[in-house]
Design a protein. Structure first.
Lengths: 209, 390
């Protein structure tokens, strides 16, 4: 199973991420799956793209597309990359599946001038309702695993991620919360509303020097 | 002299006049070696498959491993067995000979027609033996570059190889970064580990302990250290397999008998198998050449040649790499490949890395392992598109 695509994000999610990447830049996609986003970036934004992917099938698919992808995962392999090697380091729907999300985020900010992180929002009202009313761990369309077999071991809410960004000394340059159809919520809404209504959120961050 | 003797004669004949094309360079173009020695004349025996295109952009160089040779895709002239990388080379295979011009030279110091310790030393008129200068991986690659020059090729499409062949791939990328578009180092490392040097030393001592080795002068004295070389091969062969694969194939099964014989016969199938491996090896390989090949691998340390930093060896490389390792390979374990990948990343190179799940050990790169073949095909095809090869 591909770590990166355990949540099977809709294509629109990748497009939102791609919009944040400046053309011609150097990009590392961590948990790049079958290389869908990387190929999009290479073809449409002319980036110099690299990837890390855990699954054999995913790596083979990427290599066959001519993409440069290393078999590995965020927890084990980011440490090997030099400082400021990339303009962007992307982690799409994977942070919650890492063993050490904070360390992973710190490495991303060290390796890349910018980090782009998308996370499923555990603060969404459907999730809250299931816990509050049923007293059971939530299983939704986008979070389809039971508690005992989920690869998602470190869930966070939008508010939690914003707090973590502050703790690791990162500045959030852009952010967007998306509804279940991948459409951005109104950016002028307060963050508590995003945290209630956003199914996932995308952040563009950089490290304060 | 029995059938084995005839084979041996065939092998010796191949070292002098091989069943393949040769490049012969005279005294006017000597090869300067890492040891300081200057080698001339120089012969490089090689095979080619397919045709070089008009743009000369489709040449794919295959580098062979310790005991391989140039016969990568044809029946072997001594053993009559299929080419050693038939899973990879041929029409429709990943190294598709309908698309690519595949070149495979016998390495410098080898024994299938390229200049080596069995070749005649022009100063004495006798085989070099131990007077042959110590060969390094870089020397092998320098000699290959002379062949590539001779073939009129500026830039190779790809250089590929496993094990010692992979070392040559890495050396190519470091020495001639502008002469290869893609690189495929497989089951290899940028330096030989202490354990690997140790295994090689056992093999060399086995050869040298054979009274028929005669201080390396066996060709002159008409003897042959077959027993020593066979033991060396038996020990080495174990390192090419995984414990799992060995046990699955042989277990504790007995060989052609129903009970132990309470003797030192080859009671167990695995013993019989190893003895067979030793026997067929000495029929086709020169014992001194085995010493030189193992030494070349032992001396290989790419980082040491670049100020101790592997990243410097690949700095600003524009070659696209695909590094492959196998889960059950304990001779060149995955961590060795990861070290290559780290260095390439640090140097900003374009690199893919795959660890293939298999229990077949180091030798997996020579076998039909579907995931491995698929990865290779995907990498080569994508690189060919990028290079504009039809």
């Amino acid at each position: 199973m591909s770590l990166a695509r355990t949540l099977a994000p809709p294509r629109v999610d990748l497009l939102r991420v791609a919009e944040l990447v400046a053309p011609g830049s150097r990009v590392l996609d961590v948990g790049c799956g079958d290389g869908e986003l990387l190929r999009l970036l290479v073809e449409q934004r002319n980036v110099d793209g690299r990837g890390i992917e855990l699954s054999q099938q995913g790596v083979n698919d990427c290599v066959a597309k001519g993409l440069s992808v290393i078999q590995g995962d965020a927890d084990a392999d980011l440490v090997d990359y030099p400082n400021d090697a990339f303009d962007y380091v992307i982690l799409s729907q994977t942070l919650q599946a890492t063993r050490q999300p904070r360390v992973v985020l710190e490495h991303m900010l060290r390796i890349g001038g910018r980090a782009i992180v998308s996370v499923p929002n555990f603060g969404h009202w459907r999730v809250r309702t299931q816990i509050a009313l049923l007293g059971r761990m939530p299983v939704t369309e986008s979070l389809s695993h039971s508690w005992y077999d989920t690869p998602n071991i470190h869930f966070c809410t939008i508010a939690d991620f914003i707090a973590l960004a502050g703790e690791v000394g990162a500045t959030i340059d852009k952010s967007a919360a998306l509804d279940p159809q991948g459409r951005p919520l109104n950016p002028i809404w307060p963050k508590w509303a995003w945290n209630l209504l956003g199914e996932q959120a995308i952040f563009l961050l950089h490290r304060r020097r | 002299m029995g059938e084995a003797g005839a084979f041996v004669n065939g092998a010796i004949a191949q070292s002098v006049s091989p069943d393949s094309p040769t490049l012969r360079l005279g005294p006017g173009s000597p090869l300067r070696m890492d040891s300081g020695a200057v080698l001339a004349p120089l012969t490089i025996a090689y095979q080619t498959y397919g045709a070089l295109n008009a743009a000369k952009s489709n040449a794919l160089l295959v580098c062979h491993a310790l005991t391989g040779d140039q016969h990568v895709g044809n029946l072997h002239p001594v053993t009559g067995r299929p080419g050693w990388w038939e899973t990879m080379v041929g029409p429709g295979r990943p190294f598709d000979t309908d698309r690519f011009f595949v070149i495979c030279p016998n390495v410098l110091g080898g024994c299938m027609g390229s200049t080596g310790p069995a070749s005649i030393n022009p100063e004495t008129g006798e085989p070099y033996g131990l007077d042959f200068p110590i060969v390094t991986i870089a020397d092998m690659v320098r000699a290959q570059a002379l062949l590539i020059d001779h073939l009129g090729i500026d830039m190779l499409f790809c250089v590929a190889g496993g094990s010692m062949g992979g070392m040559q791939v890495l050396q190519w990328a470091a020495t001639y970064p502008d002469r290869l578009f893609a690189a495929l180092p497989i089951a290899t490392a940028t330096r030989h580990s202490s354990q690997n040097i140790a295994f090689h030393e056992v093999g060399r001592q086995a050869v040298m302990a054979d009274p028929d080795w005669r201080g390396g002068r066996y060709l002159v004295e008409g003897t042959r250290p077959a027993k020593g070389l066979a033991v060396a091969r038996m020990a080495a062969h174990i390192t090419y397999l995984s414990e799992t694969a060995l046990h699955r194939r042989f277990g504790r099964n007995l060989q052609d008998r129903s009970a132990r014989t309470f003797s030192f016969d080859a009671d167990f199938q695995v013993e019989s198998y190893l003895r067979h491996q030793g026997t067929i090896f000495v029929e086709r390989f020169d014992p001194n050449s085995y010493l030189y090949m193992t030494r070349a691998m032992d001396y290989f340390d790419l980082a040491a040649d670049y100020g101790g930093s592997l990243a410097n060896a690949f700095k600003d490389s524009r070659t696209r790499f695909c590094v492959v390792s196998f889960t059950s390979d304990w001779l060149f374990p995955t961590r060795d490949s990861r070290a290559i990948v780290r260095a390439l990343n640090a140097g900003g190179a374009s690199v893919s890395f795959v660890e293939i799940e298999t229990d077949r050990g180091h030798d997996a790169f020579l076998l039909d392992v579907p995931d491995f073949v698929d990865t290779t095909r995907g990498f080569i095809d994508a690189a060919a598109r990028a290079r504009g090869i039809a």
